[in-house]
Design a protein around this ligand. Structure first.
Ligand code: ADP
Ligand code: MG
Length: 392
């Protein structure tokens, strides 16, 4: 339940707002808007709504009467202990009436959304093993319970471990592959520059049904990818390795779903291209198909689910057919990028079936998928680079 929205660092407007005297129900922990807005109820009515909502969705192997549950009443940022305890009192009464035994409940702030005013309830159904785990002492930055003996572990300083990762040797590349590697580097830099320009717009698109971070995530990812590509080139990397290291850095730094998928895509493309030869147009088309397969194998989205896959599949298919018909790489790429843009814009008419936007189907209708739009723009600017750097 949210009583007010939060403002992402760097944003000038809150991600969503709740009208005075009202409460949003079903918002996500990343600030996804609620699924309905209702007049503000009493604390006991909030407890009743939270409990009823969760008991309606019991796992198939759990019956409420006789069940044992770990219970967490969580504040989202600016609802504090006194109010959380009042809600908890209502929650415990209702759970007990339903025949549920509450085991070591937690009431406090465990997962917050900046300054959002709101509260969430978590019920976790315990068997013997899980109850033993739930009751054990633990000591982590975010969660502490009971008493844990001081650990004697020694950690390598963070600086050192980052450096040792970067100093992994770059695989030896053929002269031909090293000669085309700067094209991959320039493509990644062009995608980064496009994102610098469009990040705000992509964030606003993602805020309509998602969590508003698509621009920020793409910015973090493409900056890291571009820096990694620069470092790889400086180390003499071939074309495949430039893409692989850029993809790994992208996935590592971006943070969101799209970053993990972009990282996997660049890695798959880089593995297909390798460091032995200057890639031909059909090698590139194959590498894009490999990237597409990798995104679908990790993310499980099909065409029509309203994700970046909707922009990528037509791109990969058009590129392959144009190259097979004898077009040059740049000419084929530009036709494929146009198809990708058309498909990305057409996601406006789709209902999301994957990712954070799925619970907000109706809100998303009429707005294109942010990940599909950014992908279409990325392949478009990549086409501009290929048009000025490639001949085959
Ligand atoms: P997050 O969803 O973690 O906040 P982003 O906001 O950066 O990540 O990216 C959202 C985009 O990710 C969506 O617009 C969609 O294109 C894409 N996406 C989400 N889930 C999937 C998936 N399972 N398969 C493919 N793409 C997905
Ligand atoms: Mg997002």
């Amino acid at each position: 339940m949210a009583f007010s929205g939060c403002t992402l660092p760097g944003a000038s407007e809150p991600l969503f707002t709740v009208p005075a005297g009202h409460m949003a129900v079903g918002m996500g922990i990343h600030g996804e808007p609620g699924i309905e807005t209702v007049a503000l109820p009493t604390a006991n009515e909030i407890a009743a709504r939270l409990v009823a909502g969760l008991l309606k969705e019991l796992p198939s192997d759990v019956t409420a009467a006789g069940a044992r549950a770990a219970v967490i009443v969580n504040g989202l940022g600016s609802v504090k202990s006194e109010e959380l305890f009042i809600i908890y009192a209502g929650v415990e009464k209702l759970l007990t009436e339903a025949g549920i035994t509450v085991i070591e409940p937690e009431v406090g702030e465990y997962a917050t959304s900046f300054e959002m005013a709101g509260v969430s309830l978590t019920l976790f159904w315990l068997d013997e093993d899980l109850e033993a785990a739930w009751s054990s002492p633990s000591y982590t930055p975010a969660y502490r319970k009971g008493v844990v003996a001081p650990a004697n572990a020694t950690f390598a300083p963070v600086e050192e471990s980052i450096n040792s990762e970067l100093s992994e040797p770059i695989p030896t590349a053929s002269a031909e592959s090293a000669a085309t590697a700067p094209i991959a580097q320039a493509v990644i830099a062009a995608i980064r520059d496009m994102i610098e320009r469009d990040a705000d717009e992509l964030g606003r698109l993602d805020a309509i049904a998602g969590d508003g971070d698509h621009g920020i995530g793409m910015q973090r990812g493409t900056r890291a990818a571009s820096a990694a590509a620069d470092a790889a080139i400086a180390g003499g990397a071939g074309t495949g390795t430039v893409l692989i290291l850029a993809g790994d850095a992208w996935a590592d730094k971006a943070g969101g779903t799209s970053g993990a998928l972009w990282g996997a895509a660049l890695r798959a493309a880089g593995e297909r291209i390798g460091d032995d030869n200057a890639p031909s147009a059909s090698d590139i088309a194959d590498s894009v198909s490999a990237a597409c397969a990798s995104i679908q194998s990790y993310g499980k989205a099909e065409v029509g689910d309203k994700t970046m896959v909707d922009a990528l599949v037509p791109f990969a298919e058009t590129l392959a057919s144009q190259v097979a018909a004898g077009e040059s790489l740049a000419a084929a790429w530009i036709v494929a990028a146009r198809e990708s843009t058309r498909a990305a814009v057409a996601t406006s008419n789709l209902l999301p079936r994957m990712g954070r936007a799925r619970p907000h189907m109706e809100k998303s209708l009429g707005t294109p998928d942010p990940g599909a739009i950014s992908l279409a723009r990325a392949v478009t600017v990549a086409g501009h680079v290929l048009a000025t750097t490639t001949t085959n």
